[in-house]
Design a binder for this molecule. Sequence first.
Ligand SMILES: C[S@@+](CC[C@H](N)C(=O)[O-])C[C@H]1O[C@@H](n2cnc3c(N)ncnc32)[C@H](O)[C@@H]1O
Length: 463
Amino acid sequence: MKLPQEFIEKYTKLLGDEAPTFLASFDQPSEKGFRINPLKNQFRQVQYPLTDPVEYTKSGYYGTVSGRSLEHQSGYVYSQDLSAMYVAENVDVRAGSKILDLCAAPGGKSTQVASAMDNDGLLVSNEISHSRAKILAENVERIGARNVVVLNETPAKLAESFSQYFDQILVDAPCSGEGMFRKDHQAVSYWNEEYPHQCSVRQREILTSALEMLAPGGSLIYSTCTFAPEEDEQIIAWLLETYPSLQVAEIPRSQGMDQGRPEFANGEPSLAKTVRLWPHHFRGDGHFVAKLTDNRQPASASNEPKKKKKGKKKTVKHGLTADQWELWNDFAQNLAAKFQFSHADLRSYGDHLYFYRHDWPDLSKLKFMRPGLLLGEFKKKRFEPSYTLALALHPDDYQQTLEFSHEQWAAYVHGDTVQLTEQAPKGWALLICEDKPFAFGKVVGQTVKNFFPKGLRFLKEPL
Ligand SMILES: C[S@@+](CC[C@H](N)C(=O)[O-])C[C@H]1O[C@@H](n2cnc3c(N)ncnc32)[C@H](O)[C@@H]1O
């Protein structure tokens, strides 16, 4: 690969004797990884070998998965770079955690955090770019979590609504992407000597908003996929100087992971607790990760803002009409107990119905892609369950199921109507292939009408 001359000179100066191996690593092929998804039933039953686990993760494996496989479509696997999957492992998931992933698209880290949360607490997954936020929403939907809200906001706008709200914030910052050079040759063409500095200005802005949203006693995980000190150790040094309540936390390092380099910034010794994944030492493309904890006293019950006195009962915005409630209940009779939501936990936006817990914060002033789990759509006098809901179900969560062969699955995801060999009960059926729920279909006689979302249809990979 032809690297920019200034890049070669910069890293030759920074790394000395090590520079030639570092620079040569850009000509090595990228090694691939994927994660399996514990939110799914029988989540280890996938066609991909689980013989080579990634030791620093709970659900990562070395190997390649196809984006056009049953496992990928139904959210059982997620392809992810080996260094990227280290980042979210450092988020502490606790009971009732309130977590923000501020720069979240396409969703590698959000899906990993959501899988670990096991539908408990709240994950707000945000992306500033609308087109990327759409992809983020699709990826989040596939994994079948019920506790994720997908927003499309600027960090500053979010900070207006979520002052000191989150106990964990992940900032996987937009960066100069030097760790992407191997995979994305175009990333090399964007690079110039000034680029890391320009990125660092934006990173400070993003972090300023992030810190406004961090609850006292919470933690911030900051990561980039670049090697530039301006965007890595120097950003952490700036955070420590600007926010005296922050300190760098020790995070576990596995084989091939290096300590951060205090000498790349102001020499502050605690910068050695940050972690560098260099491509010439580690099997991934490269990352920088730091965890900072805030040592202000967490708000206790006694000093939390007092609840407003009882007065007029607030009407829930976007509550359901009586007709909508009845249509939903007709459908929900077929669902397992964990999907019997109370009226207060449902919201309708236009004709769309969402599960959104009443104790989650008000989103009405924010741009959202997915305000909670999309359950379905009201159409005239009927309720149509969503694809997203199908992906959040286990086979025994819905009464009427239909087992499809792999060929029938391939036809369905391509958008075809599927003929059955015998009659099945009329109405909605949860479609299942190899024990994996993958969509809803509507049965009429011996035909399953296709409700696979048009924009997601695809041809399965050639065998
Ligand atoms: C490194 S990527 C995030 C990758 C993601 N965390 C994942 O694991 O899939 C950084 C993201 O930050 C977004 N971004 C760009 N400018 C931003 C800004 N000013 N504030 C917040 N996010 C920004 C980009 O659109 C991009 O999606």
